[in-house]
Design a protein around this ligand. Structure first.
Ligand code: NAP
Length: 438
């Protein structure tokens, strides 16, 4: 029997558990740990609340979670409640699937002003992540600036732009639903330091901006490159750029029918944030592309900004003692191998890129490495204590472990508390989750 501990119950974690089960069958026991009492990581707290069909993938993870040889070990923080070294004593392989939950810093003057928010915090707030439940963003001003031109920037802009009616079937948490209902934001500027051909937005997500009830995308036709140049783009990006062209061609009187403007500001790099305690403006420098890179031209302007959300990517949270690649913001690894018996997968391995589905081959690959390392003798003979060993440790340390059956009680309580039309009302603090179990 081989024992595998997976740290993190998001897509990377559960795809790895699924692959382990397929590869080793009855000869494996997998424990999937999460610091929260609830599973699914990014599916629960990262994927936008109005993208319920994407969140539906959790049903696949539940299937894995409910099998005999996989179990969920919730409410246990690795690094706080138990160390990686302790887990390595107990399990043949430890796989870090901890994602990239930390915001990358802008590194700009004024970044610490109030209402300058990283996307991990803002997305966590509307998605009910306990760490960000008290964020309380100030939505009383009229202009929000969103930095970055990836899909997270689109999620944030769309959530700020949607009407309460458009959010009805979503699982946006109560505090964010109430705050957004009272929001005064009517101008959302999406800032990109490069041009339309360099956006990281995928067509389906960009297309949603053109379908909003009270908001319209504004693109300046002068920012678009020669149409013929689109032929050189890969098909997905070409579709996205075609959408930008459609938005640019929309007559002003049609756009003006919608009171909220979502403006695309290309070739605009943020230089500094200004304000007295709270952000009130952002200094922007015009850029030009040199060999694909944005280079400042020295021409600056100042844009009012009552709120700034930076959506410029994420970093993995380091764990003391585990080799970390500071520049890339993820664990230092060789195709997922960190040290003997210690692996990483998903965003913790490759950084924050790709779709949910990208984690599936990633999980298969890491289990392939574990199988190779068993085969080659690198992981030693079997004989680790696995689950039984962890249970003894948890009892000794007085850990309040949440099982998958416990999670199902939390889920039931969240579904029972849902607003009309919504799938659930999430608990946003850990004590409330634990109370629902008991
Ligand atoms: P991303 O796709 O890497 O986009 C980051 C954006 O931030 C880029 O436009 C980048 O511009 C810009 N940026 C980076 N550093 C900057 C700086 N210092 N100043 C100004 N701009 C800066 O990252 P993401 O949007 O966080 O998304 C992460 C991953 O999750 C992606 O793979 C994404 O597709 C995925 N995701 C998918 C969905 C969905 O499918 N519905 C939803 C959300 C997220 P440069 O290109 O110039 O560096």
């Amino acid at each position: 029997m081989r024992h595998i501990a997976i740290i993190g119950s998001g897509p990377a974690g559960y795809y790895t558990a699924e692959a382990a089960q397929k590869t080793f069958g009855d000869n494996v026991r997998v424990d999937v740990f999460d610091m929260l009492p609830v599973p699914y990581g990014l599916i629960r707290t990262g994927v936008a609340p109005d993208h319920q069909s994407i969140k539906g993938v959790s049903r696949r993870y539940e299937k894995t979670a409910l099998t005999e040889n996989v179990r969920f070990v919730g409410n246990v923080a690795v690094g706080r409640d138990v160390s990686v070294a302790q887990l390595q004593e107990l399990y043949d392989a430890v796989v870090l699937a901890t994602g990239a939950p930390k915001d990358r810093a802008l590194g700009l003057p004024g970044e610490d002003l109030d209402n300058v928010i990283g996307s991990a915090a803002f997305v966590g707030w509307y998605n009910g992540h306990p760490e960000f439940a008290d964020l309380n963003p100030d939505l009383s001003g009229d202009t929000a600036v969103v930095i970055g031109m990836g899909n997270v920037a689109l999620d944030v802009a769309r959530m700020l732009a949607k009407t309460p009616a458009e959010l009805e079937g979503s699982d946006i948490v109560g505090h964010a639903w109430d705050a957004l209902k009272a929001s005064n934001i009517e101008r959302i500027v999406i800032l990109g330091r490069r041009g339309p051909h360099q956006i990281m937005m995928t067509p389906k997500e960009l297309g949603e901006l053109g379908q909003l009830d009270r908001a319209a995308p504004h693109v300046d036709a002068d920012d678009l490159p020669e149409e013929g140049d689109d032929a050189l783009l890969e098909p997905g990006l070409r579709k996205s750029v075609t959408l930008l062209r459609e938005y640019a061609a929309t007559p002003e009187h049609i756009r003006a029918e919608k009171p909220v403007a979502i403006e695309f500001a290309f070739f605009s790099q943020p230089n500094a944030l200004h304000g007295d305690g709270k952000v009130s403006s952002i200094e922007i420098e015009e850029t030009e592309l040199q060999k694909g890179r944005a280079v400042g031209t020295g021409k600056t302007t100042t844009l009012p900004a009552n709120m700034v959300v930076s959506c410029i990517g994420y970093r993995t949270a380091p764990i003391p003692g585990i080799p970390f690649d500071e520049r890339a913001g993820r664990f230092a690894n060789d195709e997922g191998r960190i040290l003997r018996g210690l692996y990483c997968v998903g965003w913790a391995r490759r950084g924050p890129s790709g779709t949910i589905g990208t984690n599936k081959p990633d999980g298969v690959a890491i289990v392939g490495h574990i199988a190779e390392d068993i085969e080659s003798g690198t992981l030693g003979r079997s004989g680790k204590k696995g689950r039984a060993g962890f249970d003894a440790l948890a009892a000794e340390s007085g850990l309040d472990v949440v099982t998958f059956q416990d999670w199902k009680k939390i889920e039931e309580a969240e579904e029972a508390a849902a607003r009309e039309g919504a799938p659930r009302e999430k608990f946003v603090d850990i004590e409330a989750m634990i109370r629902a179990v008991n």
